[in-house]
Write a protein that binds this ligand. Structure first.
Ligand code: OAD
Length: 248
C-alpha cells in the first residue's frame, strides 16, 4: 500500500491534528457498519430502531436490538486502526479524536479524551426523566429496566435520529475542526449531520483534509489526499512512517 509522501510530510509539520471516525474503523473488529451493502441499515429500519418515535412504538424491540448490539460489542476487541489512533495522541502536540461510534473501542485501545458525538452504548438513562441509570445491565436480559426515580423506561445513552448531540461534544469537535492543521476523516460515509459538516468546515478553515476509506464518499472530492484502504492497514502504516521520521 502506498501512503503519499505529501501526507507524511504534511503530518510531520502539523501541530494540531483532528480525526473524525465512523463505523468503518470498527469494521475490522467485527462490528457491522450502517450503510455498506451488508450494513445494519440494509437489514433494519433506522426510523424504527434509532428514534424516540420508534422506541415509543415498540420499546421491547428497540431495547432487544440494542442488547444484541451490546453482546456483539462486548466480544469485540480494538483493531490496529484503533491502536494507531491511540498512538497518534503522543505524536502530535495537539490531538483531538472525535468519533460517531458508540462502541468505546477507541478508549479500549488507549485513546483518552475521546469526543463522543453520538453518545455510547454502554450507559443508560431514563427515557422520561432523563436521569442516568447507574445499575448494571445484564446484556442478555430482554426486559426493559425501569427508572428507580420515576418508573420510566430505561434506554441506551446513544443519540437517536432527531435528537440533539451532546453540546460539549459538538462544541469541542467544531473547535478542533476549525483550528487544526490536518483533519483526517476515517471510516465514515459522512452522510449524517452535523458530524458530516466537520470535514467540510475544517477544509474551509484551511486544514489539509485526508480521507481514509476503501470507498469514495461525499468527502473524497474535497479531500487533499484520499487513502482508499482499510483503516486497520493504512493507519498503522502512517504511524510507523511518522515514528521513523521523528525518531520515536
Ligand atoms: P456508515 O455505515 O454510514 O459508513 C461506514 C463507512 O466505513 C463507509 O464509507 C465504508 O466504506 C467505510 N468502511 C468500511 N470498512 C472500512 C474499513 N475497514 N476501514 C475504513 N473504512 C471502512 O457509518 P458512519 O459514517 O459511522 O448514527 O455512520 C454515521 C452514523 O450513522 C452512525 O454514527 C450512526 C448511523 O446511523 C447513530 O447511531 C446516531
Amino acid at each position: 500500500m502506498n501512503i503519499p509522501n505529501e501526507l507524511i510530510d504534511t503530518l510531520l509539520k502539523a501541530e494540531k491534528v483532528a480525526v473524525l471516525t465512523g463505523a468503518g474503523i470498527s469494521a475490522e473488529s467485527g462490528i457491522a457498519t450502517f450503510r455498506d451493502p451488508d450494513g445494519l441499515w440494509a437489514k433494519f429500519n433506522p426510523a424504527e430502531l434509532a428514534s424516540m418515535d420508534g422506541f415509543l412504538k415498540n420499546p421491547e424491540r428497540v431495547w432487544q436490538w440494542y442488547q444484541y448490539r451490546r453482546q456483539v460489542i462486548d466480544k469485540a476487541k480494538p483493531n490496529p486502526g484503533h491502536t494507531a489512533l491511540a498512538a497518534m495522541q503522543y505524536i502530535f502536540k495537539d490531538f483531538t479524536l472525535i468519533t460517531q461510534n458508540v462502541d468505546r473501542l477507541h478508549q479500549s485501545a488507549g485513546s483518552t479524551d475521546v469526543v463522543e458525538l453520538h453518545g455510547n452504548i454502554i450507559d443508560n438513562h431514563c427515557s422520561r426523566c432523563q436521569k442516568p441509570f447507574e445499575e448494571e445491565i445484564n446484556i442478555e436480559a430482554e426486559e426493559i429496566p425501569r427508572c428507580t426515580y420515576c418508573g420510566g423506561m430505561i434506554r441506551p445513552s446513544v443519540v437517536w435520529f432527531g435528537e440533539m448531540l451532546p453540546e460539549d461534544a459538538i462544541f469541542k469537535a467544531e473547535d478542533a475542526a476549525l483550528e487544526c492543521d490536518v483533519f483526517l476523516t476515517v471510516g465514515t460515509s459522512a452522510e449524517v449531520y452535523p458530524a458530516a459538516m466537520l470535514p467540510v468546515a475544517a477544509k474551509r478553515a484551511g486544514a489539509f483534509l485526508v480521507e481514509i476509506n476503501p470507498d469514495f464518499t461525499h468527502v473524497s472530492g474535497i479531500a487533499n489526499v484520499c487513502v482508499h484502504e482499510a483503516s486497520g492497514v493504512a493507519l498503522p502504516q502512517i504511524v510507523r512512517l511518522l515514528k521513523e521520521q521523528k525518531n520515536l
